[in-house]
Design a protein around this ligand. Sequence first.
Ligand SMILES: Cc1cc2nc3c(=O)[nH]c(=O)nc-3n(C[C@H](O)[C@H](O)[C@H](O)COP(=O)(O)OP(=O)(O)OC[C@H]3O[C@@H](n4cnc5c(N)ncnc54)[C@H](O)[C@@H]3O)c2cc1C
Ligand code: FES
Length: 375
Amino acid sequence: MRWLAGPVGRAASTRSPLFDAIRGAAARVTTPLLPDDYLQLANPLWSARELRGRIVEVRRETEDSATLVVRPGWGFDFDYRPGQYVGIGVGVEGRWHWRSYSLTSVPRRNDKLISIAVKAMPDGFLSGHLVDGLPAGTVVRLAAPAGNFQLPEPPPRRVLFLTAGSGITPVIAMLRSLDRHREMPDVAHVHSAPRPVDVMFADELDDYSRRYHGERPDEGRYRLHVQLTRSTGQFTPADLDATFPDWRTRETWACGPAALLDTIEVFWAANGLRDRLHTERFELSRADVSGRGGTVEFGVSDRSTTVDGATTLLEAGEAIGVRMPFGCRMGICQTCVVPLAAGHVTDLRSGRQHAAGELIQTCVCSPAGDCRLDL
Ligand SMILES: Cc1cc2nc3c(=O)[nH]c(=O)nc-3n(C[C@H](O)[C@H](O)[C@H](O)COP(=O)(O)OP(=O)(O)OC[C@H]3O[C@@H](n4cnc5c(N)ncnc54)[C@H](O)[C@@H]3O)c2cc1C
Ligand code: FES
C-alpha cells in the first residue's frame, strides 16, 4: 500500500490510505500522463501534487487591507491552530510568487473555507495585488498551515495581546476562536494603527469589548486600548504601567513591525519576563549586509541563475521553477534547510558566511560568489 501511495500526493495527502493507494495505482497505469493531469482538466482544485485553493471572496477591511476567503482543494489540513499561517502562491506574469499570511479563520468541522487578511505594503510586490487585483475565482497555490504562535489549550487565565497594523491578523484568529468556544479569559489588548479608519476588524473588536465585561467569573473579559499613532504617537512598552498596570501578570502574544517587536523583547527581558512573551515576525530582520551575489546552480533540477546579493537562494530557485522547500520564509521554521553543496553564501540576518558542507537556510541566505545546491 505504501508503495502504491508513495510517489504521488506527498504534497497533498488526503489522509485516506485507501484513496492514496488508488491514486498511486492509477498513476502507474496512466503514465506518462498522471491522473492528476486529467483531474486538473476537470477541476483545477483537484491536484494531488500540490495544495491549491480558489479565491471565493475578497472583502475590504480598511482602505489598504482586505480579507481573502479561500476554498482549499484536496489535501488541505483543516486541523490548524489559530495563530498559524499559510503560504500562498500567486501566479503573476507567468511566475509563482509566494508569501506567508496568518490564517484569520477558525477551523470548523463543516466549513471548508479559510481566510487571510492582507495589508497592502506601499512598496510591496504581492500584497497590493492580493488586496486590489485578485478576482474571485482565481486559483492560488497553498503551503500547509504552520507556526508556533498559538495559545495553549486551555488558554492562560490572563492574556496580553500587543499588535500593530496587520500584526493583528493572528490575534484576531485567536480571539475568534476564544469567542466561538466560549473560552474568553481575561484579555488586555493594545493595538496600534495610524488612524481610526486604519484599524482592521474594528467593529469586531468593539463587539468583544461590549460583550466581555468580566462581571461574572465565568464571563471572560476583553479590554482594548487602541493607540492612534498619528495623533498620540507610537506605543512604547513603558506605557503599559498606565494602560494595563497588571501587565506583568499576563502571558503576552505580540505581533507587529520588527522595530516594535525588538523593543518589546528587550523590555520583557529587562523585566525578567522573556519566557512569558511570544512574538510573531512578518518580515525578515536583515542586517545591513548583502551577499556578493553570483550564479546559483541547482544540481538536481539542472538549472542555474545569476542573482544579486540581496536575493535569497529561495527566491532565486523559485524564479526559475526549482521546487524549493519552505515554510515561514524568514529564518524561523527551518523547513528550507539544505546542505550547501559548493561555494559560499551569506546569511542576510547576520552577515555570517557559510561554506560548502554546512547546513544553510535558503530563505535567509544569498550567494557570496558562485554556489551549488543539490535541489
Ligand atoms: C509568518 C508570517 C505571517 C504573515 N502574515 C501576514 C498577514 O496576516 N497579513 C499581512 O498583510 N502580511 C503578513 N505577512 C507579511 C507578508 O508575508 C508579506 O511579507 C507582505 O504582504 C509584503 O509582501 P509584498 O510582496 O507586498 O512585499 P515584498 O515585495 O515582499 O517586500 C517589500 C519590502 O517590504 C518589506 N516588508 C515585507 N513585509 C513587511 C512588513 N510586514 N512590514 C514592514 N516591511 C515589510 C520587505 O522586507 C521589502 O523590503 C506575514 C509574514 C510572515 C512571515
Ligand atoms: S522557510 Fe522557514 S526558516 Fe526558511
